[in-house]
Ligand binder design. Structure first.
Ligand code: HT7
Ligand code: ZN
Length: 893
């Protein structure tokens, strides 16, 4: 395996100023002709440097340099490159290749989905279309001609503006597209086939019109309204909050059912997984609606953060991804809060923040603690596809958020303007971004810098922060000691201290926030942000009343693991009174976590003091009318099994952990049945038409969260059956189906009804597969693994479709720990054979699935033995892709 290093970056020899592409589209053999106008990268550069082009799985037909056909002695062709040695400084290269889209199951490059053509070029898919310097620092102006059979492929699209469209004599047609903006090859796209579209015209800030289109296969136009509305909201929001406008006359979204990831921000022609476009109340849950809005926003926001300013190399991926995730998170929060009063708006924002942090803790913290740990700006990789990670994306967004916290909204926006002024039209680095923010910071605080803050870009691992405090009654002072450390990660044994922004509150025993008066160290407090910069630091607050409890890292102000010395009483107090809703939720989750660990360690005993405290807290939460429904739904839900696995200090048996969590769930349900029923019924009888907004979604969330407790037995299961039948929307129908399938002895009738209702709707069928693949070990009918094996043989199962593959394989191996980690090891063996099978079809998706055992060193010893056997089975397989090989070899160490 080849390892690529960030330190090895060097500029290419040539620019490609213009690129003309011509496609004769044919499923079996597409002819791709290119004309590349090249010039020297550096003006003073010597003659005779080679032109280096990337290319994979291409059938080369001919190469011409400045009009002269080159024979084979004048170029070098390898499996991955075409090199023209001794090239002139400037000239024109023409190349013709053939490719076979119908055989492309990797879904990278040009491929077919349901008879239509699509491309996916990020990160390195363009090299599967033609020879080209497939690296993000080579920006070129593209003009693209598409020729295709008119009847089979009536719609043909590419980036930019349509400048010509003609019928050709042989039943074919031709369109020509010109993209006015220079772009790297990874942002190239083409789509051709049978599509219909919903379109609207908007007016840009400069008064010019722009055409917005959402293209889907015929029969799906009833699912595009929400995506179109989200796109318009995103355009408006980026204008209002970031002062950034749409720079094109035409902006298109096209949906495909076969896609390796969520969506792709190709310039002016975004290609989406149908999962993040299709939404109507019958087919999409509230979470789907939220995801559609956020992914439509995310891809649109890339137009500035990613496309106008792109990445110099793939090590800088977080430059565009972390920043764009931050932007989409803020967009969603602003959308959820829109139109609400101040209190409701704060609650809606908190719900969004909690959801985002849950993802970080359940997925990114484990990544940072495992064999794939890497800084948000990695130093090396074997396969770049493996680095589209929660670290680069979600932790990357946290690193941007911390800069936002340190600068404040106004100066952060000033930093964004400096960034665009300096780098618009360029391929930039993470350092360029921080330097722009540092300039903005120093405009208001000349004595500060982001020097130490930059460690967040270079150091992997989740910092551990321990917090302890004592009260000095004589001086009315609270003395807070913070210590930070970060465990070694691959290649990084020791790490200097991080600059950690700690948003702090001091909650007096009456529940009010005290004014913050920091006595020492001087200047460490800015507003409510403590700058924590040393390995160990003592902060002394004055004017503090007795019984005051510190509330630390409010709003999750830094991506760290906190161990604070709260007594149980203090945690319960914060769960009731913290004025920061994130910390209020978090305190409650800590009580639940400790109660589950108490049960886990006592083999099922529910009489301990932590379980009793959790139960009292639960009763409080159920009765507290001041909480919004959305917040309360999150507050009463138990931490996920993946989160608990990470938090436990020591080796874990995930099966026993599942049963411990299940025991607390049953106990809380039994003790609080009356209030739970009351909450459920008050929300189940409403008859408003389905609408997606924070308040309505919160109401459904609380209803289903209550039902989740009630379905441990009757009467909850009957309530779930009638909710399943009477639901007018997918949130309630799927919510009920999941609970029945996971808890009732028999849910076959509901599963069959759901299948019959939605058999023509691929995304709904994915949900049907997923529901069954996540049936836990506690299911009353016994081991669900047999059901999962049967799902793999179902006529509707198809490993070639990434969504369907994920709906069983990822669901079972990553979202169903009690079945995956069963003690016999059969779960691991099934996973290993599926990873091997998928490796031959789609290495990128296989690489993702291969990560299910990343954290195997945290399993109990006998499970570790079984896990190692499964990992070794994959490792021994002949023909392992670089994607899977990198993951498995790192896991094996
Ligand atoms: N920037 C896009 C990444 C992406 C991708 C990467 C590798 C292979 C397939 C892919 N599809 C999309 C998505 C985004 O972050 O917006
Ligand atoms: Zn992105």
């Amino acid at each position: 395996a080849v390892t690529h290093y960030r330190k090895d970056y060097s500029t290419p020899n040539h620019r490609i100023d213009r690129t003309l592409l011509e496609f004769d589209l044919d499923a079996e053999s597409t002819l791709v002709k290119s004309r590349l106008d090249f010039s020297p990268w550096h003006l003073q550069q010597a003659e005779g440097l080679p032109i280096v082009l990337d290319g994979e799985d291409l059938q080369l037909e001919c190469v011409t340099l400045d009009g002269k056909l080159l024979d084979e002695s004048l170029y070098q062709q390898t499996d991955t490159q075409l090199i023209i040695p001794n090239a002139p400084k400037q000239g024109t290269l023409e190349i013709a290749v053939r490719i076979r889209p119908s055989g492309n199951t990797r879904l990278e490059g040009l491929y077919m989905s349901n008879g239509n053509f699509f491309t996916q070029c990020e990160a390195q898919g363009f090299r599967r279309i033609t020879y080209f310097p497939d690296r993000p620092d080579v920006l070129s102006r593209f003009t693209v001609t598409l020729r295709a059979d008119q009847a089979a492929y009536p719609v043909t699209l590419s980036n930019g503006n349509l400048i010509d469209s003609q019928k050709l004599p042989d039943g074919k047609h031709r369109t020509v597209w010109e993209d006015p903006f220079p772009k790297p090859a990874y942002l190239f796209a083409l789509v051709a086939g049978q599509f219909v579209c919903q379109e609207e015209s908007i007016t840009k800030s400069n008064g010019q019109p722009a055409l917005l289109q959402v293209w889907v296969e015929p029969g799906n136009l009833d699912k595009t309204d929400f995506a179109m509305q989200s796109l318009k909201h995103a355009i408006e929001w980026d204008r209002q909050r970031f002062g950034l406008d749409l720079d094109l006359d035409r902006f298109m979204i096209v949906a495909t059912a076969d896609f390796n990831m969520g969506a792709m921000e190709n310039k002016g022609l975004n290609i989406f997984n149908t999962k993040f476009v299709f939404a109507n109340p019958q087919l999409a849950t509230d979470i789907d609606f939220e995801n559609v809005e956020s992914v439509v926003g995310h891809e649109y926001f890339h137009n500035w953060t990613g496309n106008r300013v792109t990445c110099r190399d793939w090590f800088q991926l977080s430059l565009k991804e972390g920043l764009t995730v931050f932007r989409d998170q803020e967009f969603s929060a602003d959308m959820l809060a829109k139109g609400l009063d101040a209190q409701q708006a704060a609650s809606a924002r908190a719900v969004k923040r909690i959801d985002d942090v849950k993802v970080l803790r359940a997925a990114q913290f484990p990544e940072d603690a495992g064999p794939m740990a890497h800084p948000i700006r990695p130093d090396s990789y074997q396969e770049i596809n493996n680095f589209y990670t929660v670290t680069v994306y979600e932790k990357g967004a946290e690193v941007i958020r911390m800069q936002h916290t340190l600068l404040g909204e106004e100066q952060f926006q000033r930093g964004m303007r400096i960034y665009f002024d300096r780098h618009d039209g360029q391929a930039a680095t993470c350092e360029d971004f921080v330097a722009a923010m540092e300039t903005a910071l120093q405009e208001i605080k000349p004595d500060q810098d982001l020097k130490q803050f930059r460690h967040w870009y270079s150091q992997a691992g989740t910092p551990n922060v321990s917090a302890s405090w004592h009260y000095k009654a004589d001086e009315s002072e609270l003395v807070l000691t913070l210590k930070q450390s970060c465990a070694p990660t691959p290649g990084q044994a020791e790490k200097p201290a991080f600059h950690i922004p700690v948003r702090i509150g001091l909650v007096s025993n009456t529940g009010l926030d005290l004014p913050l008066q920091l006595k020492s160290p001087k200047n460490a407090l800015s507003g409510d942000i403590l700058n924590f910069t040393e390995t160990e630091q003592v902060f002394v607050f004055q004017g503090v009343a007795k019984g005051t409890v510190p509330s630390l890292f409010r709003g999750f102000s830094a991506p760290v693991q906190v161990r604070a010395e709260y007594s149980l009483e203090e945690l319960v107090f914060l769960a009731r009174h913290d004025n920061d809703p994130f910390n209020r939720w978090d305190a409650g989750q800590q009580v639940f976590t400790q109660a589950i660990f108490e049960i886990y360690q006592s083999s099922g005993d529910t009489s301990g003091k932590l379980v009793q405290a959790a139960n009292l807290m639960m009763a409080d939460l159920l009765e507290d009318p001041s909480l919004s429904d959305g917040f309360r739904a999150l507050a009463i839900a138990l931490p996920s099994e993946n989160t608990l696995f990470e938090l436990f200090d020591g080796l874990v048996d995930p099966v026993a952990l599942h049963f411990a969590r299940q025991t607390l769930r049953e106990y809380l349900a039994a003790c609080n049945q009356g209030p739970l029923l009351k909450l459920y019924q008050a929300r189940a009888t409403h008859t408003e038409r389905y609408e997606y907004n924070a308040v309505a979604a919160g109401k459904r969330a609380l209803k289903n969260a209550s039902l989740a407790y009630l379905t441990v037995d009757e009467p909850g299961q009957s309530l779930a059956r009638s909710q399943f039948l009477s639901a007018d929307n997918m949130t309630d129908r799927l919510g009920a189906l999941n609970l029945l399938a996971h808890n009732a002895e028999d849910a076959q009738s509901e599963l069959d009804q759901f299948f019959n209702m939605f058999q023509k709707e691929a995304l709904a069928l994915d949900k049907w597969f997923m529901t069954q693949a996540t049936t836990p070990a506690s299911h009353p009918a016994g081991n669900p693994l047999e059901r999962i094996q049967a799902l793999l043989k179902h006529p509707a199962f198809n490993l070639k479709n990434p969504n369907r593959a994920r709906s069983v394989l990822a669901a079972f191996a990553m979202q169903n720990p009690s079945v995956f980690h069963q003690h016999t090891g059969v779960g691991y063996q099934l996973w290993a054979s599926l990873v091997i099978e998928l490796n031959a079809i789609n290495p990128q998706v296989a690489g993702r699935m291969a990560r299910a055992l990343d954290r195997w060193s945290k399993l109990t010893p006998s499970l570790q033995t079984q896990a190692r056997a499964a990992l070794e089975k994959i490792n021994a397989h002949d023909g392992l892709s670089p994607d899977v090989h990198e993951i498995i070899s790192k896991a094996l160490g």
